[in-house]
Design a protein around this ligand. Structure first.
Ligand code: THU
Length: 207
């Protein structure tokens, strides 16, 4: 079993040594199909099968998703396209919206995603689009439990233990309600100009 990790640099400020550098690390486990648990294998199979129910006459790119709910129910969905392109919907959102509307009190334990062209399944794991990542995040937050994600391909299957691996530094509903309070400020004086700038750093408060 191979462990792959990707490092995301948010910003580096070499010119100003008073600035902070923040590095986020995300961990992705890569396994092949035979190394999956039986539960994960079944879910990946369901996602692959769901690609057959995709409606993709425009892209000819069929995506399937399968959500394992806490009560053991597996809900599947696929991408549904439309001649008015933005009216279509990705497999992940079709699946999660259906799961959440039918089982509003059931957390999603694991979501498996698979994709194929007209020829075959992909050789590299299919990453969900940005809009779907935001919806994955909302589903995870809604139930307050990590949602595992399985990205299928013919070679590696990527396993993530929660949505933060797909969407670090994310926006969510907490920002509406929580008060921002200054935690400290940094005074920066630019040597050449003598201009003094105060920079506040904020922490979030949780009620
Ligand atoms: N698609 C998905 O279903 N999920 C994704 O995460 C990426 C894209 C679909 C949308 C469209 O029907 C087709 O793939 C081509 O973009």
């Amino acid at each position: 079993m191979e462990i792959k990790s990707k490092r995301l640099h948010l910003h580096t400020n070499q010119g100003l040594n008073t600035m902070k550098e923040i590095k986020l690390e995300i961990n992705i486990e890569a396994r092949n199909y035979n190394e999956l648990t039986e539960e994960d294998r079944k879910l990946v199979d369901a996602a692959c099968k769901a690609t057959q129910r995709s409606y993709a006459p425009y892209s000819h790119f069929s995506v399937g998703a399968a959500a394992l709910l806490e009560n053991g129910v597996v809900v599947t969905g696929s991408n549904q396209e439309n001649a008015a392109y933005p009216s279509g919907l990705c497999a992940e959102r079709t699946t999660l919206f259906y799961a959440n509307s039918q089982y509003p009190d059931q957390a999603v334990k694991t979501l498996a995603i698979a994709a194929r062209t007209e020829q075959d399944f992909l050789d590299t794991p299919i990453p969900p689009c940005g809009a779907c990542r935001q919806v994955l995040l909302e589903t995870e937050k809604r139930f307050g439990k990590p949602m595992r994600i399985l990205l299928y391909s013919k070679s590696d299957i990527y396993i993530m233990e929660g949505v933060s691996a797909l969407l670090p530094l994310s926006f969510d509903g907490d920002y509406f309600n929580n008060e921002l309070i200054p935690s400290f400020f940094i005074k920066v004086t630019y040597a050449r100009t003598g201009i003094c700038v105060r920079m506040y750093s904020f922490i979030r408060t949780y009620a």
